[in-house]
Each structure stands twice: as C-alpha cells, then as structure tokens.
Design a protein around this ligand. Sequence first.
Ligand SMILES: Nc1ncnc2c1ncn2[C@@H]1O[C@H](COP(=O)(O)OP(=O)(O)O)[C@@H](O)[C@H]1O
Ligand SMILES: [Mg+2]
Length: 391
Amino acid sequence: MTKEKVLEALKNVIYPGFTKDIVTFDFVKDIEADGDKVSVTIDITSSADEVKQQILHDATTELKKAGFETIDIHINAPKPPKQMSNTISGKNIAPHIKSFVMVSSGKGGVGKSTTSVNLSIALAMQGKKVGLLDADIYGPNIPRMMGLEEQKPEIQGNKVLPLKAYGVEVMSMGSLMEPGQSLIWRGSMIMKAIEQFLRDILWSELDVLVIDMPPGTGDAQLTLAQSVPVTAGITVTTPQEVSLDDSRRSLDMFKKLHIPTAGIIENMSGFICPNCGEESDIFGMGTTEPVAKEYDTQVLARIPIEPAIRVGGDTGHPVVYHKPDSETAKRYQEAANKLWSFVEEVLEEGAADNAAIQPTTPPGVSACSTGAGAASGAASGGHSGGSCGCH
Ligand SMILES: Nc1ncnc2c1ncn2[C@@H]1O[C@H](COP(=O)(O)OP(=O)(O)O)[C@@H](O)[C@H]1O
Ligand SMILES: [Mg+2]
C-alpha cells in the first residue's frame, strides 16, 4: 500500500480542539508503508497527554480501516513545561497568564515606561500574546505612550476589558481615572489595586504580561510578587553612577523577592544625532556592565538618547513600531529576544516561585500586631505597613 493511502486515511484524524485534520496541519512526517505494514511519525504542537492519546487512537482506527494490520505510530510532542512550584506552594491569582515581567527602576524618569512600551510591542511583533499593565499608580503614562489617551475601557459586569494598541492588551489606572486626577494611595489601597489589575481585568490567555511598576521598592512590588510568580525582573537605569546606586537597590529587591533577574536596560546611553546619526557620550555609556556582573545578570540593551523616542512617547507612536529600521528599534527587538530566552528558561526550570515571600500572618491580622514582618525576607519600602502606623 502507498503513502498516499496513508495520508488519505490520516486526513480523517481531526486535531483535537480544532476543525482541521493532522495532514492539513502538516503534522504527519515520515511515512513508511510496506504491504499491510505502516510506520508514521506525527509531530504535534501540544504537550498535553490527552491530545497525544486521542491522535494515537484515531490514527490507529483510521489506518486499520484503510486495511493496515501492523501499525507503528510515533508521536513527537514538545516537552511539557514543568509545573511551576509556586502553583503548588506559592500563590498565583492570574494563572491563565503564562509569564510576568516586572519592569522596575530605582527612581522615576529613567525610561521605565518607555522601555515597557517598546519591549511589549517588540514581543507582540515577534508573535507573542502580550499584555501591558501600567502599575505605576502614581504616574500612569502608558495610555499616552500607547496612543490610548482618549479611550475608556469597556466594563463587563464587575470586570474590565483591557484596551488594545499595537497588538498589545493594555490596562492603566490612567484609563480608569479622569485626566489630571490624583489619588492618595495608602499601603492597603495599593495592594488592592494591584490585585484587582490581575484579577478583575479580562486579560486573554497571554504569553506574557509586562508590568510597568512605580519607581522604587515598595508595597506595589511586594504585592505583585506575592500575588503572582514573577518570571523575570528587569531594571531600567541611566548610566550615571547615582542612577546605578538606585538600580542596585532594584536588583537587590529582585533577590529579596525571589524574582529571577532577566537583566538591565541601560537607557539614555549615549546620544544618536538625528542629523548625522553619530553616537556620542552624554551621561556615560557602558557603565551598567560591571553592575550586571555584580548581580550575576546581563545588560539586555543599551538604548541611546534619541529624540524619536521622546516624541514617540509623547505622541503615542512608539519607536519600535513606527521606526522599525532605526538602531533603537533593533536594540529593543534584541532586548526582547534576550528577555524571551530568559523567560522560557525560567518557565522550563520552574524557577519562578513566590512561596517563600508569602505573608506570614493570616488575612486580616496586622503583621505589626504580631511583631512579624509582612513577608519573610522580603523588601519593604517607605510606604509599607499600610495604615498600622508603627513604622
Ligand atoms: N532613550 C531615550 N531617548 C529620549 N527620550 C527618552 C528616552 N527614554 C525615555 N525618554 C523620555 O524621557 C521621559 C521619561 O521616560 P519614562 O519612560 O516616562 O520614564 P519613567 O517611566 O522611568 O518615569 C519621557 O518623556 C520619555 O519619552
Ligand atoms: Mg513611568
């Protein structure tokens, strides 16, 4: 019997969960048919055992129907990702999101939001399902930077649909408040807001949620790390020594919060002249490399000062999307590649685990009243302790 006959038979095997068959999907690889003997290899994309078993069963049935007696089917499936240990012992209030990237910095104004925007879009351009959460509740800039200033999110029941721009799902406190309005945040409110961003926003089943944090190392960072297993931490810094000092605090926080560190973005690193394209040194360049070594991590990218970046941020035209051939866009894309390799590695190894930083006190009991810390070994910033007033 011939290969054509095998393919014809296997066309009746529908890939579980889809309407197309495994031949149309091009999953059927090596076929050897000899008399009533057949051997086929099928490469599938799902690591779920049910899918494998279903295909094995259906393919065997169809090949038998076609007259084959000795049937040897080999199915290649990707290795299942290891169960993340945090899902057993830690906490994950948004389990349908595969990975979480925390973008942090020691202080404001260093380009954290710019980095979050451009990295998110770069990842989306690379085919990932990406969400961008603006958790900078004090200074939500993401709506403007993503060109979403005028848009209000749709409310569904007591949940909120994220907005969408440049292939990225977006949510920000800025989209939920009136322009120019400010909120005075207490520790407990910050915690609630962060939790609601994860629980009450109708994020799709994302590959990654990039989270633009408020500057510093405070309640927002701690709450996020306690609520979901953060897969990767990025710190954004400018090259001056004073900024590097703040950046060290950020890297130290990742360690204390058990967040795997993906690396450093050295922003405003040199200046690319818009007229001649030449790169010159303004704040210094390359100063983050030793810091990266010190914390056993890498520099994800050096992003120069470029007027197009600032204009892109102000007008909602991110450079990575609107000037994809620019040197800066290429560097963001490279950083996104490095970040993604890191995320995959962490997921594979199940290395994101927030069990060790869970609150040690039962809900409703103040950590202060028991004399215990809010989290064992966790960093806590100036606002910590909520309303207890004992700090
Ligand atoms: N590499 C850069 N070149 C030029 N302007 C930049 C660059 N990075 C950031 N900016 C601009 O600097 C300002 C601060 O950046 P932003 O991303 O808002 O910082 P943060 O979120 O850390 O406070 C913004 O106006 C932004 O457009
Ligand atoms: Mg910002």
